[in-house]
Structures are given as C-alpha cells and as structure tokens.
Design a protein around this ligand. Structure first.
Ligand SMILES: O=C(O)CCC(=O)C(=O)O
Ligand SMILES: [Fe+2]
Length: 329
C-alpha cells in the first residue's frame, strides 16, 4: 500500500507502529475495492487509526464489517441494549466495567493492563474496533503493542524455549490483573470502597467469572493469514505457563512482557472524539492508561469473530456448566 489518494478512496499514512487511514468518507457506501484495500492494509500494519472518521453506530458497524464477521461479546452485561454487536465503555456502565486504582496518589478509572481481548475463551477474537465518543481533557490513552515484532526480537534460545509452550488463562479482574508481571504498572493499588464508591461495584463478580472456566492457549501462534509468528500471551489473564511453577512462570512472563512492552513496539493513542482504532487481536496487545474519574470517557466497540480456535479447557467443565456463547452474525 502506498501513500497518496488512490481509486480505493483513502490513503495510508504509516506510523512508527501501525498506520493511519486518511480521507475515507463513511458517509458513502463502502465499495468492494475499498473494503479489500482496507483489509490488506490492516493485515500489513496490524493496527489502523481512523481519525474523527466515525460519527454513527451504523458507520461503526459498516466499517467493522469490512474486516470480517462480528460477534456479540461473550459478556452480555456489557453489550449495548439497542445494538448487541456493540459493547459500551463508560457511560451508563460507569462504575461497573472500569477498574479504579491509585497510581501513586492519583485515582484512575478505566486502567487496564496489557491484554488480548477474550483470551479467557476458547476462541480468542480476531480483532476489534473501538470508537471513543467522549474523551477526557487529559490522559485516557490506549497503548498497542506489536507481539509479532516482539516475537521477532526474542533471542533464539527463548524462541526455542517457548516454541511448544502453552499458558493457562483465567478471567480475573481487579487487584489480580494489576499485579501480574508485565501488567505495566507496579505502583498501582486498587481503590477501596471507602476511598471511592465506584470501586465497590467492580463487576467481575463470581457469577460472571464462573461462566469462564480456565483455558489453555499456545504461547506462539502463526498468524492464519500472514503466516507470521506472534507472541500470543496475554499478561492479564495468565495464571502460569503449563508445566511451570508460579515462580518460574512469573520470571518468564516478566521476560517476555519486557519485549512486548518495549517502547519500540508500542503505539500510544491519544484520543479525539469519533476516532476509531482497529486492532488485529492475533498480533497486537493493548492496555488502557486510565483517567481522572472526575471526567467522562465513553466509547463503543465491535468485536470481530474469532478466526483461530486455539484454546482448550484446562479442566473438564462441570456437567451443568453452560459455556458463554460466541454468537456470530
Ligand atoms: O479503554 C480503552 O482504551 C481500551 C479498552 C479495551 O481494552 C477494549 O476495548 O478492549
Ligand atoms: Fe481490551
């Protein structure tokens, strides 16, 4: 893909990590040629920025469908009521889907450490498109890390060590995820309900978590479309690497996370309302810096249906267990 507006209706501005799509007019229907060119650009760069490009839910859904089938997020609790293929961030979910932590003496809402979406399910989703509607006047960035580049940078001995390795992943929220090696922040601690009432409403209660029994995924995957290898771990959600005790596992996780979070592999997006960020969840991890809860930060996100069923249950689920359904359109 080259710079300069072409017959496909947009131009590509490569960033240090990822690329920006410039000039795409979503007021018009998206042609097959545009869709194919967008898809190829996405596979090449892994994350795409559409700056102030998406004004309505219909545009958000139409753009998302250029990159594959959508799935309803496995957690019904966070789906938007009038449009189940969108999930809501903040807004009416304020105080429910966000983690409140203290980073030093600063209270932060919406801080999420490095993760790969739906890594706690059997079929990790293919990607997602996040649009912010309300943006706080400061902070609130989202970080994206290229785990393909991180894999390429690993020493040969580490590549061999992890070649056939698997990890166990469990959905856990709150203090656990903030304290994992590679979580990105070591100074944070969860706010107590006395300090901030929102923290009492953390939503990942037992009823939700019980729907997601632990799963096992490979540490290295080959991208099904590009053939490139990626470091497929998700520091949030990892319990241990299979066959290692917690100490050995945490040391390896810290080592691998060091490559993932290396600044040369990371793009930090500072949001403007109606920006959309698209990520290839097979290749990129992401993290949210959080923001001062006196401000509002709201958004909507689609989820691209998984193309890589790489997981298995860690233990056989109970007879009466009802798996969370992945519902595709
Ligand atoms: O709030 C953000 O910036 C990122 C949220 C997130 O992890 C997601 O939408 O998957
Ligand atoms: Fe996420």
């Amino acid at each position: 893909m080259t710079n300069g507006m072409t017959a496909v209706g947009f131009s590509v501005k490569p960033m240090r990590v990822g690329a920006e799509i410039v000039g795409l007019d979503l007021e018009k229907p998206i042609s097959d040629a545009t869709r194919a060119a967008l898809y190829a650009t996405w596979l090449e760069h892994g994350i795409l920025l559409f700056r102030e490009a998406v004004k309505t839910n219909a545009q958000h859904l139409a753009l998302s469908r250029c990159f594959g089938k959508l799935e309803m997020h496995p957690m019904p609790e966070i789906r938007a009521k009038d449009e189940p293929y969108l999930i809501e961030l903040g807004g009416s979910r304020r105080g429910s889907a966000s983690a409140y932590v203290y980073d030093g003496d600063q209270l932060r809402e919406g801080r999420l450490p490095w993760h790969r979406d739906t890594a706690y399910t059997l079929e990790i989703c293919k990607g997602a498109l996040l649009r912010l509607v309300e943006v706080p006047p400061k902070d609130g960035e989202t970080l994206f890390a290229d785990s393909q580049k991180a894999y390429d940078q690993l020493p040969e001995a580490t590549k061999q060590r992890i070649d056939k390795l698997e990890f166990k992943a469990t959905l856990r929220m709150g203090p656990f995820q903030q304290s994992r090696p590679g979580a990105l922040w070591h100074s944070v601690r969860p706010a107590t309900p006395e300090e901030f009432s929102g923290s009492a409403q953390l939503w990942a209660g037992k009823e939700i978590i019980n729907r997601y029994p632990s799963v096992v995924h490979p540490v290295v995957i080959q991208h099904p479309e590009t053939g490139r290898k990626s470091l497929y771990i998700s520091p949030t959600y990892i319990d241990t690497f299979i066959g290692m005790d917690q100490v050995e596992s945490d040391a390896l996780l810290a080592e691998l996370a060091g490559y993932l979070a290396d600044p040369s592999n990371v793009y930090a997006h500072h949001w403007t309302p109606n920006d959309v960020m698209l990520w290839d969840n097979r290749r990129f991890l992401h993290a949210a810096m959080g923001f001062d809860p006196q401000y509002h930060r709201t958004g909507l996100r689609t989820t691209l249906a998984g193309a890589l069923r790489s997981g298995r249950y860690f233990a056989k689920p109970a007879e009466d267990f009802l798996p969370a359904a992945n519902i595709n359109d």
